[in-house]
Every structure is written in C-alpha cells, then in structure tokens.
Design a protein around this ligand. Sequence first.
Ligand code: GLU
Length: 305
Amino acid sequence: MSTSLSRHRAYTGRFAPSPTGPLHAGSLVAALASWLDSRAHRGRWLVRMEDVDMPRCVPGADREILRQLDALGLVPDAPPQWQSRRGALYATALERLIAVRSAYPCACTRQQIAAAAAALGRPPARHEELVYPGSCRPERGGLRGQTPRAWRLRLPDDATVHWADRQLGAQSQDVAAVVGDFVLKRGDGLWAYQLAVVVDDADQAVSDVVRGADLADNTPRQVLLQRALGLPTPRYLHTPLVMAVSGEKLSKQHGAAPLDVNDPLAALRAAAEVLELRVDAAHQPDWLAAATQAWAARWASRASA
Ligand code: GLU
C-alpha cells in the first residue's frame, strides 16, 4: 500500500466553526487537526463560518475566531465563507430533493412527534431528540390539511450507513432507528445544519472532513443526504474531545474559557497533546512545521500498516 500521503486525490480540508463564541481549547483541537491534515496532504485548507442558526450566533464571534486562528498561524488558503450568505444554494438543493420526492413537508409539533412515537412504542428521546416516526410522509396521508412547518428528508428503505472513520475505525448507524426522516429546513425557516454542511462540503470540493467526535453521529445523516443529492462522500476523521472537569464535552455552553492566543505555542501544544502528537520545537513556525511532519508520519504509517 502507498506510504505517501501526497498521492491521494486533490485534498481540500476545512474548519467549520459555529460562531457562537470565540475558539476554546476544545474547538482548537479540531481546527489544528484539520489544518495539519491539509498540510500533511499538501492540500487546501478552508474556513467556513456555520452561522445558519442565527439566534445562537454571537455578533463579532466570527471575526474573533478568525483573529485567533491567524494568531495561531492557522491561515486559510481562500477567503472564509459564511453560511448565512449561501441560502440560495441550500434552496436549490431542497428543490432538487423535492423534485425526486426525497423531501416532504411536515406539520408536526414536538408534542405530536412525541405522542406518535410513544403510540408506536418507540423510546421518545435520544440526546433529547425525538425519532421522527414519519407521520407526514406522503404515503401516510401527508399534511392532512395542516400547515407545513419543516421540510424533512425521506430516508431510503435501507437507511443503515457504514463508513470507515480514519480515527474511529468501522462505524455504522441505522438512521431510521436513531433519527428517522430528519429536518432539512426548520419550522422557523432556518436551514438545518445537515443540509448546509452537505451542500457546502460538496460545493467547496471538500475531500476530507476532520472535526470533533461529538459530530460523528451526524455523519450517517450527511452520507444519506449526499447520496440523495448525487454528491460525493468525503473521508471522515473525528478527533478526540476535550472534557470539562464536569466530565462533559468542553463547550461554550459549558463555560469553556476563550482560547488565550497571546501565547500561541502553549495553546497549540495543549491541542497537540489531546491529539497525542509529540512535537519538539520552541518557536511557533517551526512548531507548526514539525507538527505537520509528525502528523504526516502518523498517517503514512497507518496507511502502510
Ligand atoms: N459547525 C459545527 C460545529 O461547530 C461543525 C460542523 C462540521 O465540522 O461539520 O459544531
């Protein structure tokens, strides 16, 4: 097997933060890993602001994240993109799905979904998300005169997705059992993360998604959506999470402190430790070069193993 990372198809990686606050120690791990993977493959690295969920976004957080990345030496190879400016692309994708009957309107409220799921004897909650029982599917009677709220993807009959995660190994999920027909456009008119991320990754020719392991269970939904839209599936690598003292994933919601980029090397070293990457260099540019070499060597040896 090849031991050269550079022989892969054209590599494009991306870091796709939601600007709900500045970078913290946890989000830097994903940013650094995706940057290192792009550099190790001699590929391109993009930054995309995932600000579709406007009510959760914090004004100015996007600029602060870009400033932090810049201070760390993680500089994108093209101007950053903002999802809030890309609604036309998402609308076109939804129209395509509607045209091939892979998307349908849904009138259900949370209470209705919970009641329908309970009537089917299905557990009502998983991470507080309800498995949608398909009540508004066209073959089950559709909207029945009710006002449409959201648009959902109609899952294929076999909705079990298998994928080989570069970090986690062989993975699979039966999306019908775990999530059900999922939302593409929300009842409040906002685009769902799943649709936006799939459309953007394809539009930006992203070959490799490197992101936090908390997003791993979204991957099967995204793969089904790629298939429904006739888009390629990127490779996936889900990085270890930084845990807060409480034992939960370190996140802005759990009060993670903003990353101090006055000492970029200390921040980078802490992120590298989470990635179990040993890097000996005393200055930032050398450190990034050495880290890239260490990352390339790790994946080259795994490819040839
Ligand atoms: N915007 C997502 C987040 O910050 C990441 C999406 C992704 O990398 O696919 O959690």
